[in-house]
Design a protein around this ligand. Structure first.
Ligand SMILES: [Zn+2]
Length: 49
């Protein structure tokens, strides 16, 4: 409903989200990661959703 209000940005670099990939962090929270940060997320052994 208010999705326009919640602007999406990359949870790792806080930059603009380009083709986001969803991961779960160590606290099982869903994070969106831009394509540039995917290797970083993989290195942190985050689980892809
Ligand atoms: Zn990023």
């Amino acid at each position: 409903m208010f999705s326009w209000f919640k602007r999406k940005s990359c949870d790792l670099c806080k930059g603009k989200l380009t083709s986001p990939t969803k991961y779960l962090n160590e606290r099982d929270e869903e994070i969106s990661v831009c394509f540039q940060c995917v290797p970083q997320a993989e290195r942190k052994a985050l689980r892809r959703k």
